[in-house]
Design a binder for this molecule. Structure first.
Ligand code: FES
Ligand code: FES
Length: 156
């Protein structure tokens, strides 16, 4: 049965009437029209649906919307500030990290969580942080290069 869910997403408070068990991914995409997070597998295996919950990258496909209401949720759309892209977004564009682009939401969100905690990660640490994110196009080399470039931009 539908319930009122109060949820903070990208710094804004929202009141959504929805099934409390409905995955956060659907709440974001269907109720709030935030289409950055993508549906890939629905079982926490691909990372395309990643969002930040209090700064930690988590798969939104397996978290009920009502359970997410205790967190500050940030989606890809919330990374840009004052019409300026986040340095990670800039670096992904500059390195042409996307092929089809479907995985890129998850890659950027996982990279954001990593670079918030670790300003200068090694290649191994980047690989480890992106372990839950699959890229079927195989652009991993460019993705890792983009994360390193983003770290350099953020350390300037
Ligand atoms: S859609 Fe959530 S991990 Fe694949
Ligand atoms: S760029 Fe296509 S899945 Fe990663």
């Amino acid at each position: 049965m539908a319930e009122l869910i109060n949820i903070k997403v990208n710094g804004k408070n929202h009141r959504v009437t929805a099934d409390p068990e409905m995955p956060l991914l659907y709440l974001l995409r269907n109720n709030l029209q935030l289409n950055g997070p993508k549906y890939g597998c629905g079982i926490e295996r691909c990372g395309s649906c990643m969002v930040l919950l209090n700064g930690k990258a988590q798969p939104s496909c397996v978290i009920p919307g009502a359970a997410a209401a205790v967190y500050e949720v940030t989606t890809l759309e919330g990374l840009a500030r004052n019409n300026m892209l986040d340095p990670i977004q800039e670096a992904f564009i500059e390195e042409q990290a996307a092929q089809c682009g479907y995985c890129i939401n998850g890659m950027i969100i996982s990279a954001k969580a990593l670079l918030t905690e670790n300003k200068n990660p090694t290649d191994g640490e980047i690989r480890q942080a992106l372990q839950r994110n699959l890229c079927r196009c195989g652009t991993h080399t460019r993705i890792i290069k983009a994360v390193k470039k983003a770290a350099a931009k953020m350390n300037k």
